[in-house]
Design a protein. Structure first.
Length: 242
């Protein structure tokens, strides 16, 4: 058992949950972040504890910069600096661009892209000062790589995460802190239930949706010692879609 601690934002979502459980199976202790779905986070915490690992819950809105900083800094002051951070918190609010509302643009950019800054900004300096190896994983999307109709806001935010990830990886590489990005394709989730499965499978070379566990398995590898020379990379989990 490695006994290292990993913060996962958006841990009550499908990918966040699977990352938490997969990494707990690998011996990591998990810090679960949620915003509104505290009950789901509590259920995941209990699952992790049944595996023999420690878990605790932090609750704040990643859009709220002060709240994020206050909660995170208080937590690491009490419990120490995290070994790893996985940014899974995100949202979408789709609409074709000509009729997109200002609130749809701002809401998606604030959560997905500003959330990157609001969570990592208070944590990076403590991570550097700890003088330990570290791991940061961000979540983009196939939409951030190729764009997607009715997702100009989402594609912009997810493409921004890719650029921010690459730039931050250059700043932290000499500290032996890796920064990588996972770009999932169509992953089976509550969100994909809204989509036309038959039509989508026609354009996915593997003819199926991916699973959150398949994304989590990559996150698990990127957290490992074996992935210590991988940084600044965007790795897609998309069945050959792009």
């Amino acid at each position: 058992m490695c006994n290292k601690e990993i913060l996962i934002t958006g841990a009550s979502g499908e990918i966040g949950k699977e990352c938490a459980l997969y990494l707990a199976n690998s011996g990591y202790n998990i810090v679960l972040h949620c915003n509104k779905n505290i009950q789901k986070a509590q259920e995941i915490k209990e699952e992790i504890e049944k595996k023999g690992q420690n878990a605790r819950i932090l609750q704040f809105d990643v859009v709220n910069r002060k709240a994020a900083s206050d909660v995170l800094l208080a937590d690491i002051e009490q419990n120490g600096v995290y070994y790893g951070i996985i940014l899974c918190a995100g949202t979408h609010d789709d609409n074709i661009f000509p009729i997109m509302e200002d609130e749809q643009w701002d809401g998606v950019l604030n959560t997905n892209l500003n959330g990157f800054y609001n969570v990592l900004k208070p944590l990076v300096m403590p991570l550097i000062q700890a003088k330990n190896k570290g791991r940061i994983i961000t979540m983009s999307s196939v939409s951030g790589l190729r764009g997607n109709r009715a997702q100009v806001n989402y594609s912009a935010a997810k493409a921004g995460i890719i650029g921010a990830t690459k730039a931050l990886s250059l700043e932290l590489a000499k500290r032996q802190i890796t920064v990588n990005c996972i770009a999932p394709g169509v992953i089976e989730s509550e969100m994909t239930k809204e989509l036309d499965e038959n039509e989508l499978k026609k354009i996915i070379p593997m003819k199926r949706y991916g699973t959150a566990k398949e994304v989590a398995s990559l996150a698990n590898y990127l957290m490992s010692e074996d992935a210590g020379y991988i940084t600044g990379q965007v790795i897609s989990v998309n069945g050959g879609l792009f």
